[in-house]
Design a protein around this ligand. Structure first.
Ligand code: SAM
Length: 244
């Protein structure tokens, strides 16, 4: 559906923009470490959207918790190799929205219904101590909506955006109900600037999702000039929240 290409593209962007991304990655890791240290229980930590592990403080999590579960819809071979050295780290491949497979089948059968989200947090039973939603919430609808547009080239844009909003909201509600400590890290605003640094466009990366004031926020210099165009740069505003 495009999840693998998206992971490979993320790896390419990181390799090109490593220096620009460093601040964001370090801020994400620091927030995770701070909340891991203060977590009263240290049995199992679950990271949702572990991806390439760029923003995952793996050494610290492995040292602090009995067990580390890294959840993503795609784990690239480099990730499999990296976790081999950590006996208490496990990879789980899962779709945390429960939408991807249903959408694939809907379209394959030419039904084109929009399947509703069934949020899934693997391994979050009794011994989970901390769940971290890691820079994933703004990404949850990206592939489903692109796939839908590419395969059906029909659809009411307002209905589709409302569907994406429900996907994000369901994820937040699942975190709020989890029954252990949780953290949410996500970008929630994009900003495009021209060569002079003037803002030429900005908007939400999480649709209509209403988020409280974050415990921390910072700017991710995701696409400096040259990455998406010679005269334009893109930043993301990232927030981090503790959900107890
Ligand atoms: C922006 S990346 C997060 C960065 C990541 N922590 C890293 O260091 O590479 C978003 C991640 O969410 C994953 N993802 C997107 N939709 C997903 C879904 N429905 N279920 C599980 N993972 C998903 C992507 O595969 C990607 O790795």
């Amino acid at each position: 559906m495009g999840y693998l290409s998206q992971a490979i593209a993320l790896r390419g962007r990181y390799r090109r923009r490593r220096t620009n991304w460093q601040f964001h990655l370090e801020k994400s890791k620091a927030f995770i470490i701070e909340n891991s240290v203060r977590c009263p229980k240290k049995e199992r930590v679950i990271v949702l959207g572990s991806g390439l592990l760029l923003d995952v403080p793996l050494d610290d999590l492995s040292r602090l918790f009995d067990e580390v579960i890294l959840v993503d819809i795609v784990h690239l071979p480099q990730v499999l190799r990296r976790v081999r050295d950590y006996p208490n780290v496990r990879l789980v491949q899962a779709d945390i929205t429960g939408i991807a497979e249903k959408l694939f089948e809907e379209i394959a059968c030419s039904r084109n219904e929009l399947p509703e989200s069934e949020p899934f947090i693997p391994e979050s039973n009794g011994s989970a101590s901390l769940v971290i939603s890691l820079n994933i919430i703004s990404q949850l609808s990206v592939i489903p909506i692109e796939y839908l547009r590419a395969k059906t080239n029909t659809g009411d844009e307002t209905l589709m955006q409302a569907w994406c909003d429900r996907m994000r909201k369901a994820h937040i509600q699942a975190l709020q109900k989890i029954g252990c400590d949780a953290c949410l890290l996500t970008d929630y605003e994009f900003i495009y600037r021209d060569v002079k640094g003037t803002v030429i466009e900005h908007g939400s990366t999480v649709g209509e999702l209403a988020l409280p004031v974050p415990d921390q926020l910072w700017t991710w210099d995701i696409a400096p000039r040259g990455e998406i165009g010679p005269k334009i740069s893109k930043e993301l505003i990232v927030g981090a929240w503790r959900i107890s």
